[in-house]
Design a protein. Structure first.
Length: 165
């Protein structure tokens, strides 16, 4: 799993049979307990291989190349995920699901095996207090000369624990 991102709610998926390259947003419906990259544990639910059926926001990737309508056009896609492959096997979450990774693929009954892929895993970097503490002030000054990171690190000092004689 090292080097691969965990897929979370809000990830974008795409189908290789979409006429126009459209994406749809994954909605995690099978669990409400496990979060990733979400310090407040409220937005980024971890997606698992149990996200089956109509688990996308719009449940479509536009028109489907696998469904010609006979008039030189194509019928609209009706995205239904029947199974996942390429998930992380070593961890099982409370919903008995395995964690989806950025290279996981989904099967659709019309497009076939592994036709749906993860376009963006859905995680976003959030700066925490620990990130600021670990930052190198000289490097940060070069990246953003308008911010003095040492001001962010100033700690309120107290005399607690000091014995005066």
């Amino acid at each position: 799993m090292s080097g691969k991102h965990v897929v979370v709610q809000g990830a974008t998926l795409k189908c290789k049979f979409s006429v126009e390259p459209k994406t749809d947003i994954l909605k995690v419906k099978t669990q409400k307990k496990h979060y990733a990259n979400d310090k407040d544990a409220e937005k980024k639910l971890i997606a698992t291989d149990k996200e089956i059926g109509q688990t996308l926001e719009k449940n479509t990737f536009g028109k489907c190349k696998m469904q010609p309508n006979g008039h030189g056009d194509y019928l609209p896609c009706q995205a239904v995920i029947t199974k996942w492959s390429g998930f992380y096997e070593k961890v099982t979450l409370s919903n008995q699901g395995k964690i989806l990774l950025e290279d996981s693929k989904a099967t659709c009954p019309i497009g076939g095996s592994d036709c749906i892929t993860v376009d963006k895993h859905g995680q976003k970097a959030e700066v925490s207090k620990q990130n600021v503490k670990n930052a190198n002030p000289a490097v940060q000054k070069q990246i953003n000369p308008l911010v003095d990171i040492t001001e962010l690190l100033e700690i309120e000092h107290t005399d607690e624990g000091i014995i005066y004689s």
